[in-house]
Design a binder for this molecule. Structure first.
Ligand code: CA
Length: 354
């Protein structure tokens, strides 16, 4: 956490941060019940179990920021030069809850966020939370969110109780998202219990590495299962420089073709495009958590400058010096404006500043 003396200088562009988190107290109350009811999912225990009980200054600060949708958040935005936050409910959202609780809380959560956006319409943009535990109810909530709440994007925190959206039972969510033109931010979740132990024993389960591995796997499963052949206009947003998939893309293309041709896995049949082509046509990538000019430029080169966006990952990585680093990237004003502002305006349907 950085405490600046003064905010970064005003820029030619609006700085729109696109992967920013909140957690209403009502959600935390539901989380407390989950944490008090064994057996607790090990990933959830390590993620929210830690943040909600740790006496550390970092954890306490994050919990305070997560719950605020007014003055604390706005002050931090002003101090870090962030004009607009695109906000989603923190991981794992309602996805750790049982189906009935998740479906029951989903509209309340979206109403809470929509009310905050109405209070601060020039500063906040909301992403809809859905409950993949009930794909049909989630599809209806996407329609309600667009039509009644004026929200134009969705956040899903990777797997839901160890299940992946590559399973066709979840595809009503994609159908609704494609029909309503809402991008889906595929945000990390803690790894499922079947995967996490080797990461926990090395301390690598969280944002340091495990999140990226698991969310990258999820994105690949969408590609190889044919989601984008069925829903060609669907747009998925990946944070953390695309969870490293851009760097993998050559090998993914090569080995994907080889594996399909070998007919080795029933789950990996032919699809229309290469993984790198889906990355260029069905994905947008944010730099959340990665203030690396080299990684941003590599990704812009691979998927195009219109598909790479700025994100801070507030409050988990509230680092004002990173804003200055990104402002100072050796990049044309035109491309920097796409990165910080206009790509987000287009993708998240954010009205221009008055
Ligand atoms: Ca995040």
């Amino acid at each position: 956490m950085s405490t600046p003396n003064q905010p970064p200088s005003p820029a030619l562009y609006r700085r729109i941060a696109t992967e920013e988190a909140f957690a209403p107290p009502e959600l935390l109350a539901l989380y407390r019940k989950v944490l008090a009811t064994p057996p607790v999912d090990p990933g959830f225990q390590h993620l929210m179990g830690f943040y909600m009980s740790s006496p550390s200054e970092r954890a306490q600060h994050i919990m305070r920021c997560l719950q605020d949708l007014d003055q604390v958040r706005l002050q931090h935005m002003d101090e870090s030069g962030i004009d607009v936050q695109v906000i989603g409910m923190t991981s794992p959202g309602v996805q750790i809850l049982d189906r009935d609780t998740a479906v029951g809380f989903m509209p309340q959560a979206n109403d809470i966020l929509a009310a905050a956006v109405r209070r601060h319409p020039t500063r906040f943009v909301g992403m809809l939370s859905v409950a993949p535990q009930d794909p049909q109810a989630s599809a209806k909530e996407i329609e309600r969110g667009v039509n009644q709440l004026g929200m134009h994007s969705v956040i899903i925190n990777s797997h839901t109780h160890g299940e992946y959206l590559s399973d066709t039972k979840f595809w009503p969510i994609f159908e609704a998202a494609e029909a309503m033109g809402t991008p889906i931010y595929l945000h990390p979740n803690a790894m499922p219990a079947s995967m996490i132990q080797h990461f926990i024993e090395a301390g690598l389960d969280g944002a340091i590495y495990g999140f990226g591995v698991e969310t990258g796997l999820h994105a690949l499963r969408l590609m190889t299962s044919g989601v984008f052949d069925r829903f060609p206009k669907l747009q998925i947003v990946l944070g953390h420089m695309g969870e490293a998939l851009p760097f993998w893309s050559y090998r993914l293309d090569y080995m994907h073709r080889a594996t399909v041709n070998s007919k080795r896995y029933p789950s990996m049949g032919p699809v229309k495009r290469k993984p790198s082509e889906y990355l260029r046509e069905n994905f947008h990538i944010t730099n959340s958590g990665v203030a690396s000019e080299a990684a941003i430029k590599f990704t812009q080169d691979l998927v195009g400058v219109d598909r790479v966006l700025y994100a801070m990952d507030y409050p988990y990585q509230y680092a004002v010096d990173e804003v200055r680093i990104l402002d100072a990237m050796n990049m044309s004003d035109d491309v920097k404006m796409k990165f910080f502002q206009t790509n987000a305006e287009r993708l998240f349907s954010i009205p221009p500043a008055k």
